[in-house]
Design a protein around this ligand. Structure first.
Ligand SMILES: Nc1ncnc2c1ncn2[C@@H]1O[C@H](COP(=O)(O)OP(=O)(O)OP(=O)(O)O)[C@@H](O)[C@H]1O
Ligand SMILES: [Mg+2]
Length: 428
């Protein structure tokens, strides 16, 4: 998938997701308004009932006490306790509210606006809210001789109550949204990772073709020359051609070996032939084989091998490749006059090996990635240094097989130090 298509998909998916979120929010909001309206309706119905009962109660008590109920009506405006107690009023309200499913705390009061006075109230809490935000119902509004009192009711936890009713729906929506966002970002991460991997693989194939091409064409040229009857051939010419062919051939087999290692690593089929080996001998052999390449660049290799004993349990071939990869990198990634220092010393239950160079350095961010297979630090479009990006992933795998540790310290454009610890004996 190309970059544009990937960005296109990310934009479309993000837009769709935002749209979906918007619709979801809209639905939740409409549901909450519906709930609010139905809550209001229930409260109004319940309170209408309370007002009706209250008026009936007053009439009945008035008739009981005096056949001229008008007198009591006059008193009522001062003292409701003549026909209902606070407690009775409270249970009347709560009964009516409960019937209609309104099951949240409330505060009520009978208020006389004319005198700014509460004739009756449940408690003195939330007085201001009761006046400002409470639901109000006029009492005895038929009585034309006096200004009416109001029955006020206020629900301090109205929002929470409505939310609890919506809670199930909200919860499911939140869970679904989280699941969608998570899978979306996971898919994108995988897509991006796949793209990087495919870029790295293309790079790898390009590099590999390049690396294979030179020895193959040298060999075919040498073969052509050998089979050409017109070219006079002495014994020494023969020898030089054959030497050329065998050199290129061994380069080819080394290349295929490295690629093979990578696929063996991938399958997890790395085989170790553990023996007691002398790390110093291995290091000296590798230095011998790599010295010329370093000297071509006017560089030097200093070896300070102080570990004593220098033997440890390990696989000779793999350890040789490990040291080779580190020295090869130190040389390859130092553009001018490499000064490579290799040191060993005993530490704890094993040997520490350090390879230091004065090369391009590796940033902190890249240090985490260089051990990934096929990973090469991007250098724009030109890679003037050849490589497959396999060396360090192999080194790491070998260190892990030997139950050792690998560390890296680096300063950009100054130095890089790879530190490897290998135990004397590989724990089972
Ligand atoms: N000593 C070093 N100094 C600076 N950069 C380094 C050093 N060693 C490794 N790197 C960076 O880490 C990357 C990965 O190294 P690795 O050895 O795995 O691959 P390679 O050298 O590119 O290819 P290969 O080793 O397979 O031929 C390199 O491409 C390089 O950018
Ligand atoms: Mg390398």
């Amino acid at each position: 998938m190309n970059r544009k298509a990937l960005i296109g998909i990310i934009i479309i998916m993000t837009a769709a997701l935002i749209g979906l979120l918007g619709i979801q929010l809209y639905w939740i909001q409409s549901a909450s308004s519906v709930k609010e309206a139905s809550f209001r309706r229930s409260v109004n119905e319940a309170m209408a009932r309370v007002v009706y009962k209250l008026e009936r109660l007053e009439k009945r008590r008035a008739a009981e006490i005096s056949p001229f109920g008008g007198m009591l009506s006059f008193n009522r405006h001062l003292d409701y306790s003549l026909f209902i107690t606070e407690h009775e009023m409270d249970s009347l309200i709560s009964q009516e509210l409960n019937i209609r499913g309104v099951d949240t705390r409330y505060q009520f009061g009978i208020y006389k606006p004319e005198r700014d006075l509460f004739i009756m109230e449940k408690s003195s809490e939330h007085r201001m809210q009761l006046i400002q935000k409470g639901y109000a119902y006029p009492l005895f509004s038929f009585d034309m001789f006096t200004t009416p009192e109001y029955l006020l009711i206020y629900f301090p936890y109205e929002r929470q109550f409505l939310l609890t009713e919506l809670w199930g729906m909200l919860l499911i929506s939140i869970v679904l949204i989280v699941v969608i966002v998570y899978t979306f970002s996971y898919t994108i991460t995988i897509l991006v990772r796949q793209r990087k991997l495919s870029d790295m693989k293309t790079d790898f194939i390009n590099n590999m073709t390049h690396e294979f091409k030179t020895p193959i064409s040298t060999i075919s040229l040498a073969c052509e020359a050998l089979s050409d009857k017109e070219i006079p051939k002495s014994e020494s010419v023969y020898d030089s051609y054959i030497e050329m062919i065998s050199e290129e051939n061994s380069r080819l087999s080394m290349l295929s070996e490295r690629i093979l290692h990578a696929s063996v690593l991938e399958k997890g089929e790395l085989k170790m032939h553990k023996k007691l080996v002398n790390l110093h001998t291995i290091i000296r052999d590798v230095i011998k084989s790599i010295r010329i390449q370093v000297e071509i660049k006017d560089g030097v290799i200093y070896a300070n091998l102080r570990a004593k004993p220098s033997q440890l349990e390990g696989d000779r071939v793999h350890l040789t490749n490990l040291v080779f990869n580190l020295l090869d990198n130190a040389n390859k990634y130092t553009p001018r006059k490499p000064v490579i220092r290799i040191r060993t010393e005993n530490s704890g239950q094993g040997i520490t090996l350090k390879v230091e160079d004065n090369g391009s350095g590796i940033s902190k961010h890249e240090q985490k990635k260089i051990f990934d297979k096929l990973y090469r630090i991007p250098t724009g479009n030109i890679h003037d240094v050849r490589g497959f990006g396999l060396g360090l992933s192999y080194v790491k795998a070998i260190v892990e097989e030997h139950k050792g540790k690998i560390n890296i310290e680096s300063e950009m454009n100054k130095r890089t130090i790879f530190t490897i610890y290998l135990p004397y004996k590989i724990p089972e």
